[in-house]
Design a protein. Sequence first.
Length: 268
Amino acid sequence: MIKHCIILIVISTVLSACSNRQSAHNTSRPNAGRYQQQQDSIPPRLPTLLEMTDPAPQAEPLSPGGNKPYTLFGNHYTPLVQTTLHQEVGIASWYGNKFHGHLTSNGETYNMFAMSAAHKTLPLPSYVRVTNLDNNKTAIVRVNDRGPFHRDRIIDLSYSAAHKLDMLQQGTARVQLELLQSPAMYAATGNVSCFIQVLASTDSQRLNQLQRQLHSERALPSEIQPGSGIFRLLVGPTASKQQAQQWLQQLKAGPFPDAYFFDSRQCS
């Protein structure tokens, strides 16, 4: 019995020592042992048109994680949680297979086929328009991660976003960032704009006709939102939830029974 106790104590001591060394190692290299791949790699397939559809900027609160000042590789960063205006020009890169399925800085799961991105200091989450200055292609991405931490790069794009900007072959691109939506913008105005999706289609001419019909017959404000070959006819915006409910009932009772709130959190 005494021998068994001694053996257990020795094993416990060895495991504790290994754990302490691993913790110290992770302090200097925070991603050590985190990823199965040592180098990033290209996914086995290209993103679909639907996966490359620009997300609609939405009113979202600051994430509980990822918005506090932090230090990494000897550099100190302070997230811009109160910012409402931000433009930036620099080099974009992209990240793919190695990071797919792992947690982002704000606790979500990274999906290389989603239209997302990493930035060192923009609020998590926030939405930015990225323009490839070499070919003028644009994409809207939702920032939900921190990075890139290469000195000359300003944003890390998901695989889908990088494909949409036609920068996969080069690996990097010269881009301009424009902040479209951040938690601070809605905090400043106190208003949340609601949209109702009437129809999504690849036929933009049909949607243009329906838009004119909505304006002439029902006097409803509307806009058509393009994204990777798919067009969305949206009624709105309105900051009044009561008005949004009335519009939705009116549309569903008429020729658009499948109409719905584009973001139910903003409208109900």
